[in-house]
Design a protein around this ligand. Structure first.
Ligand code: UDP
Length: 333
């Protein structure tokens, strides 16, 4: 019988790509999602259970019923700006609900955990590329919630023997190369989908948040990593834990930085659309440059991104964006 993996938040952007890959690799994904942000249509592989992580009894029942071997946890709010305005929402969902999930696991002696962490736990980088031993000093509530959970996992390991891998993503982007899944946030705040929405005529322009950063062209530099490469890292980390491997924290990025202007330029080349860009004020909480070193997971687990180039990331996202247009008419969703 295939090993069952609970995918919390598996109807969301990254979780749905992971569920698909788990299925392809012979695991049985059991997607648990409350559908507040996720989409039922994205949970197409394995079993789907509509449930909230705060409902410990129900989660416990799912863990037992499906003989869950390991848990991948993607369910979280992830808007930095919103976390500043409404930290309670972030601490409740990202911290309290994660605690509830961990307690459910503890109660049924389920002990393998894969956590979606973030480069936001590092805060303003002291050096780039950022390695895992860079000090973690987040500058916004979102990053702090992720850091609290990382600490919680270390304490749960010491006390209860639960092993974990924390995966610190840089900028997740792109879409399933088969065109079955992609990014669909409401509201959308991320650069790449917004730029592509301009290209398909759903928005008049893209605002460039800050043009006076200490970077080569004055705009923020980010390390964009394809969502399918993130999914692959999760499966490798799962296999590491299943083989008895120790708890780890790993960065997931390509180690290459692209500025906001370079992303827009790449999208213009790809789509042939002029993509009007308006210079705007800096967005609060944005470090100038975030580029990660992922040498550790490459060395230890043999992770090698298969879709590292910005052009590929944009191409897959553009195919997804056009699929959405077909589904929703020329100017809407
Ligand atoms: N950005 C921008 N205009 C937008 C959205 C984002 O200039 O409409 C910039 C943002 O300031 C950051 C980069 O694009 O420097 C990536 O932002 P995104 O929200 O995609 O990811 P984040 O870095 O916040 O995880």
């Amino acid at each position: 019988m295939p090993e069952a993996v609970l995918v919390a938040g598996g109807a969301g952007y990254i979780g749905s790509h992971a569920a698909k890959l788990l299925h392809q690799r012979g695991f049985h994904p059991v997607v648990v999602d409350n559908l507040v942000c996720g989409h039922r249509s994205a949970a197409r592989w394995g079993t789907f259970v509509e449930a909230d992580l705060a409902d410990r009894d129900q989660i416990q029942a799912v863990l037992l019923e499906h003989r869950i071997r390991a848990v991948m946890h993607f369910a979280a709010h992830a808007y930095v700006g919103e976390s500043v305005r409404d930290p309670a929402k972030y601490y409740r969902n990202n911290v309290a609900n994660t605690l509830s999930l961990l307690e459910a696991m503890q109660a049924v002696e389920s002990d393998l955990f894969l956590f979606s962490s973030s480069c936001a736990t590092y805060g303003e980088p002291r050096e780039v590329p950022i390695a895992e031993d860079h000090p973690q000093s987040p500058i916004n509530p979102y990053g702090r919630t992720k850091l609290v959970v990382e600490g919680m996992l270390r304490d749960f390991e010491t006390a209860y023997g639960m092993r974990h891998v924390s995966l610190r993503y840089f900028n997740a982007a792109g879409a399933d190369p088969d065109g079955e899944l992609g990014e669909d946030h409401d509201p959308e705040t991320h650069l790449i989908p917004l730029v592509l929405e301009v290209a398909r005529g759903a928005r008049p322009h893209i605002a460039v948040f800050g043009t006076d950063y200490p970077t080569p062209d004055g705009t923020c530099v980010r390390d964009y990593i394809h969502v399918s490469d993130l999914a692959e890292a999760h499966v490798l980390a799962l296999e590491h834990l299943l083989a008895g491997g120790e708890s780890r924290s790993y960065n997931l990025g390509n180690g290459a930085g692209y500025s906001v202007r370079q992303v827009i330029e790449g999208a213009r080349r790809l789509t042939g659309h002029p993509i009007p860009a308006l210079e705007a004020r800096r967005r609060w909480g944005d470090p100038a440059t975030l580029v990660g070193s992922s040498e550790k997971i490459r060395r230890e687990l043999g992770w090698t991104p298969q879709l590292p180039g910005l052009d590929t990331i944009l191409e897959t996202a553009w195919r997804w964006e056009n699929g959405k247009r077909r589904a929703a008419g020329p100017l809407g969703r």
